[in-house]
Design a protein around this ligand. Sequence first.
Ligand code: DGL
Length: 256
Amino acid sequence: MQEGVEKGNIGIFDSGIGGVTVLREIIKILPNENYIYYSDSKNNPYGDKTKEEIIKRCEELFRFLLERNCKAVVIACNTASAIAVNHLREKYKNIPIIAIEPAYKMVHDYNYDGKTLVMATKGTIESERFNLLYHKYDNHKTTLLECVGLADVIEDGNEKKIKDYLEKNIGEYKGKVENLVLGCTHYPLVQKEIGQVLGGNIRFFNGAARLAVHLKDVLEKYDLISKNKEKGKIVFIDSLGKKEKEERFYKFLKEE
Ligand code: DGL
């Protein structure tokens, strides 16, 4: 057996290519692992789906990844994490499941007094899991904004539509925000555009880099780190199989 491969792949999934913002942080500190990234664009967006639909779909994707020799799975979608992670952890106790969540605790840790805007999907903001986090770290200067349709617009990649969406939906917060929580993995792809609409000196909070450190800790704890000496491979799978998705995914993977 080839060295390193025996320990398996790291599976990672999102409702589309947004999870690339998580994967690019992970490969910075775990470059030698092999990854299978599943972009479920056929079912995008997750944010407007029912709890039952999201749990069912996440379980299908989880099993798909396990069948492809994944030793750990990263849920690179805040909505899927918020709704399905407890169910998956309860059912699949032997596989480490690492899940992204809106980096609201970081606001508490780094700029508690700042006026804060949390941008996330409706599914995330209404979830019990996010509400527990929010009430635990509430700085009483926070607005929660359900950005219905934004992940979709980003997924499609039309720059004019992205700008129009942001002007229309976050324009009213211009000059009124100090902390911005990017509570959906698609949103870091338009961080610059969000900053242009809001103006001023904004601190962006994104949980991806912390997730990457946590993943590394977990792999070390269970002795699952690959012994591969070379850079690992990334396999990209999209449920619609569109070539254009794959190209954008690799383009974003190289971007900061
Ligand atoms: N990237 C997903 C998230 O982090 C997008 C959700 C959606 O498809 O609505 O929430």
